[in-house]
Design a protein around this ligand. Sequence first.
Ligand SMILES: [Zn+2]
Length: 350
Amino acid sequence: MNTNDYLRLLPKTELHCHFASTMSAAQLIAFADREGVVLPTTDPALLFNFTDLADFLEAFRAAHQVLTTADDFAQVAYDGVRAAVAAGSVRYREYAINPQYFAPRGIGYREILDPIIDGLRAAQTDLGVGFRIVVAINRHDSPADAVQLVETMVANPLPEVVALGQDDLTPELTEDPARFADAYALARRHGLRTTAHAGERHLDSAENVRVALDVLKVDRVDHGYMIVEDPELTERARESQIPFAATPLSTTICSGWTLDHNHRIAQMVRAGLNVSFSTDDALFFRTDMAREFQEAIPAFGLDLDDAKNIALAGIDGAFCDDDEKRSMRAQFTAQIAALDAALADTPTSR
Ligand SMILES: [Zn+2]
């Protein structure tokens, strides 16, 4: 066993992954062909060349146009879990699902959620991968639409749907967290957990993270990298240990950042923040959970102890029940001990 094997086999959660991005490239191309959705190219080697976040979002929106039937949703759900287990030893996942992308085609909330949950439950039975669902506000749509989405969530309670989040950008290509304050307040009033994408790009700010914390009162932050520009807020986050779901590889595409010691995620880890890793959009960023760890850990100047802490931080930040967390923590700890022993037994491992 070498360090790359270790990082691949390390048990992982993934808290920040958008459902449509768990599709395989082959599925995307086949569904697009069937639905008459024109992709820029059908060459998977060229299909995912993006210049920035806005460029990527065009393709992300197109991916939602190809998912239509209950079988599509269930199949993508099931196959996506199988792929994540094989590629990166994912043991638990939280999916951001944006019903607003499907609404213009008349596909309703339950028509999306029910088959996805069926597929994920089947995968849980077969592969032991737990899951929860975060319904995502489309920031491209209005604050009133976001409130209506939360009303739909509340009117259609599903045990696996536990939180409100968000995706896309506002029409002005900003984050503007405060815009959706009413939707978040409503979600909290109904006992839903909350998370928000904030402080993701160099174009965004630590102030957006502050607004997510103080106005939206989120339980977790997606991205949040710009927090390191504000030492006082960083210290607050260290004290509170609010979880951050960070996505290293995506930052190389959405912000053009280099994975190095000075990367903002590396700074967050060194500052003692509660950071876990996710892929965000595995399909589009051509990544998986193994690659996130294998590339980011050494590039950030982190070691295997940091990698273990990052893997375990995903349990802290998860929106599942405490019993499930305890059981996951016991499993992860046992598997990590076995990996440590296997690595120690390999003379040339380090
Ligand atoms: Zn995201």
